[in-house]
Design a protein around this ligand. Sequence first.
Ligand code: IYR
Length: 224
Amino acid sequence: MSAPIYPFVPYYLDTYPEEETIQRAKAFYAFMNTRRTVRDFSDKPVPREVIEQLLKTASTAPSGAHKQPWTFCVVSNPALKKQIREAAEKEEYDSYHGRMTPEWLEDLAPLGTDWEKPFLEVAPWLIVVFKKAYDFKPDGSKRNNYYVSESVGIAAGFLISAIHHAGLVTLTHTPSPMNFLTKLLNRPANERPFLLLPVGYPADAVQVPDLQRKPLEEVTAWYD
Ligand code: IYR
């Protein structure tokens, strides 16, 4: 069976005069530039409906051949969060005590991270993003997905932006290796853990490292 052909429909997008376009670009930058990775969470609850809406936004991301090769596993169950924390900390302990190179540890030192991950229990929600290497057809055979990491990375970016827009915080946690998440969340063979995003309110009087972002000149090359 070949894939269905989409009918094409008109697309209407609001566009703006040049000055307003500039103002909108500036305003969005100013907003996004207030986003920070936060590692200390409040245990204040966040309604499930908020998380549902954030995930709908994430799932608007473009993807290779529109395969949408992602599953967002959403964990609020305290016992499961505890299991995830224990398994993540076990891996992280080994990483920080021998698996990471001295150079890597030196690069991380200014951020003050370590193997302990209390946010995995304190944050009201954990979103574990899985990428689908392939899909299953109704007969159980495999159907390929394309640019899976790119697609899921973009969806994760949308999700992080949506979290920020809702006045919530997150961090991109990548315990390594991550296969314990496949087991604990009972995921099928075609899914691989990609990122773990705790979501919640920041802890009272939270602090973040005073880091600077590279200026535009350092991150761009122009070919006029
Ligand atoms: N995954 C570990 C280590 C870590 C690695 C990088 I690169 C970071 O930017 C931050 C942490 C951890 O979560 O602590």
